[in-house]
Design a protein around this ligand. Structure first.
Ligand code: ZN
Length: 218
């Protein structure tokens, strides 16, 4: 649609080509990726599988989970209001997400400023799924270079922002970018097994402190 006149009735009318974002729409059960999101870090032709996982893969895993989170589970595959989780599942999900939010609340992002778990509870849960999906798929590659994988994830989410915008960033529904990598990475085995993070390291979390929301072992 680039180069063509904007037509209000066009299905693309809300799409800003420069927007660096992707989203899940429960009413159409669709994952939507804005053109501006598809930078060379996220997707290029011929990209290695691991780079693709760390780029587009993380975000697609994140968006898929929105179809099954508290809001997404209110509608069925056709976007019709028809809850797909029973009350016990909802309670368990809310409890796990709350645990994650409380964990974020304990993270000091700058001296005297804490992350805001309540504001980011839904997106933080989706990030956990994004990371889990990446690592599950990476397992299929016996020779996966985990140093490179996590370096790539870090590059994708690296962001520089002036200190003055921090209050605004903390109102966002998403965790700060560095936390989107670090918090999720520390919940899964590879940074311990493959990267050698051990007790005493800043990113170390004891096994019983690691939060698992998604998947068969959650
Ligand atoms: Zn999201």
């Amino acid at each position: 649609m680039i180069g063509q006149p904007a037509v209000p009735a066009c299905v693309w009318f809300m799409v800003r080509p420069t927007e660096t974002n992707a989203f899940y729409d429960p009413t159409t059960n669709s994952i939507n990726i804005y053109p501006g999101y598809v930078t060379s870090l996220v997707y290029t032709e011929g990209m290695s599988d691991l780079d693709l996982l760390a780029g587009a893969g993380f975000s697609i895993g994140h968006e898929i989970s929105h179809g099954f989170d508290y809001q997404g589970a209110q509608v069925d595959a056709y976007g019709t209001p028809n809850p797909v989780l029973d009350d016990a599942d909802v309670d368990a999900f809310v409890l796990k997400c709350s645990t994650l939010a409380l964990y974020y609340n304990k993270i000091e992002i700058m001296p005297g400023t804490m992350a805001n778990g309540q504001n980011t509870i839904t997106e933080a849960a989706a990030d956990l799924c994004g990371m889990q999906a990446v690592l599950e798929l990476a397992k299929k590659d016996e020779n996966a270079d985990y140093e490179a994988l996590f370096a790539k994830l870090s590059n994708v989410w690296a962001r520089v922002a002036p200190e003055a915008v921090l209050p605004n960033l903390l109102l966002d529904a998403h965790p700060l970018n560095n936390l989107r990598v670090n918090v999720n990475a520390q919940m899964f085995d590879p940074i311990y097994d493959k990267l050698g993070v051990t007790e005493g390291d800043a990113m170390y979390l004891a096994p019983n402190e690691r939060i698992n929301i998604w998947g068969p072992n959650a």
